[in-house]
Ligand binder design. Structure first.
Ligand SMILES: CC(=O)SCCNC(=O)CCNC(=O)[C@H](O)C(C)(C)COP(=O)(O)OP(=O)(O)OC[C@H]1O[C@@H](n2cnc3c(N)ncnc32)[C@H](O)[C@@H]1OP(=O)(O)O
Length: 165
């Protein structure tokens, strides 16, 4: 769940050095969350009210939709969010009402890559999916990212297919 305060989601928080990994807060719009996402894919600016509406929609999904961010409190206020990643928990009839975790939208600020932040975010998302009772966690990525996700503990399985609209 996207949270309105750090206290509402203590299980997701993790600190190592000065950079804390925690759930997204609505105030993260002012800390560079959207410019960070735009390093992954098209992410036009949202007004504060548009952002708040989107945040509320996602928060309504509760623990089935977790967005983590890595915040550096020592960075400039508008550039404090250095990394992000998302977990969507899919509920199924299969496997006795099983759950599958989907990791999406992982990105680390270009200036902060190579410091282990991507690994920390993805590992925490994997832990959360295990804690949520998922029987597997999966993701789609480009061939160039095989080695990175292997370091995060993933093994190659199946073929990705898509229809873009
Ligand atoms: C499911 C999805 O969202 S797929 C989309 C993934 N995101 C992107 O492609 C956006 C652009 N790229 C990025 O944001 C970053 O480069 C990321 C997320 C891929 C990696 O984040 P970083 O913080 O730089 O990675 P981190 O420092 O944690 O590296 C962890 C390990 O993976 C390795 N690694 C990092 N990136 C790569 C890569 N592209 N290819 C191979 N290995 C890599 C590192 O060398 C490191 O290995 P080590 O522990 O042996 O030193």
């Amino acid at each position: 769940m996207a949270s309105s305060s750090p206290e509402s989601a203590p299980a997701a928080a993790e600190t190592d050095g000065s950079v804390q990994i925690r759930r997204l807060e609505v105030s993260d719009r002012e800390k560079g969350f959207l410019p960070l996402l735009s390093q992954l894919s098209a992410c036009p600016e949202l007004t504060a009210s548009e952002f708040a509406a989107c945040f509320a929609d996602l928060a309504a999904l509760g623990d089935d939709h977790v967005i983590l961010v890595a915040e550096d409190p020592a960075a400039a206020p508008e550039r404090r969010i250095l990394a992000t990643g998302c977990l969507f928990v899919e509920r199924k009839f299969l496997r006795g009402g099983g759950k599958v975790g989907h990791v999406e939208d992982v990105v680390v600020d270009a200036a902060a890559r190579g410091r282990g932040l991507g690994l920390r975010v993805v590992r925490r998302l994997v832990e959360i999916s295990k804690e949520a009772g998922c029987y597997k966690v999966i993701l789609d990525c480009t061939p160039e990212l095989r080695a990175y996700y292997a370091k995060c503990g993933f093994v190659e399985k199946g073929v990705q297919m898509a229809i873009y609209f």
